[in-house]
Design a protein around this ligand. Sequence first.
Ligand code: NAP
Length: 249
Amino acid sequence: MSRLQGKVAVVTGGNSGIGLASATRLRAEGARVAVTGRDARTLDAAATAIGSETVAVQADVSRLEDIERLYSVVASRFGKIDILFANAGIAKFAPYGAADEALFNELFAVNVKGVYFTLQKAIPLLGDGASVILNTSAVGSKGFENMGIYSATKAAVRSFARTAARELASRNIRVNAVSPGPIATPIFGRSGMTEEQVEAFKAGVSDRVPLKRIGTPEEIASAVAFLASDDAAYITGVELNVDGGIVNL
Ligand code: NAP
């Protein structure tokens, strides 16, 4: 498949989970890819796994100077961006009555501020006709226990997709969100839950998904590649649910 031949893609959080699967898929479809993350070790491994013409840049999306450094590397290596997947994010949970200010600030710094400036600072490099995809979540449209702050960050990102789609439409730049349901990635193990809590969460959530299973990162990557491609040329401003039916059913 070479739907994305000649394109340049940037995937934040491309060293793990959904980002790694998406960067791999975009590369397989012909795009040259820049991936980011904070962990130098997994970044190097990701660049090797994704294959030739892949650039890995260590950059924390909550730090504007890191985002600027990322785009200066992309500008000098590739000269443009055709596909931006603003995917980097964290998930941490607490009941409404127990979340503290540090949790609130951390989630909003990475998931909201990080996405906003990842897109804002890419705009000068986005070619006319580029495709931007923001990673939201099914929880942004639902009311799951303990997920209040995390869910609100994703609802904010869904809103960014609407405004940016409107503002960039005159340059034929499409901006969409992909909204995963529960997907098997390392994210739950990093959320502060114990291993037992993660397993209990996965079992419980599978039961709530109409298709009765957790999704795979590759299933999100398929949707990302679709939105990135000309197959989605008339699609902008949408949130594409890839969630086993959990939002709509
Ligand atoms: P993951 O495997 O934990 O990957 C998260 C990625 O984000 C990693 O590459 C990580 O890089 C990066 N990241 C986190 N904080 C960062 C920061 N401050 N600066 C730069 N990179 C940062 O989890 P995932 O499930 O693939 O999550 C990817 C996205 O999907 C997130 O936005 C998440 O909210 C969303 N999502 C996931 C699910 C799900 O069920 N898995 C469902 C809905 C939405 P490092 O490892 O280097 O920190």
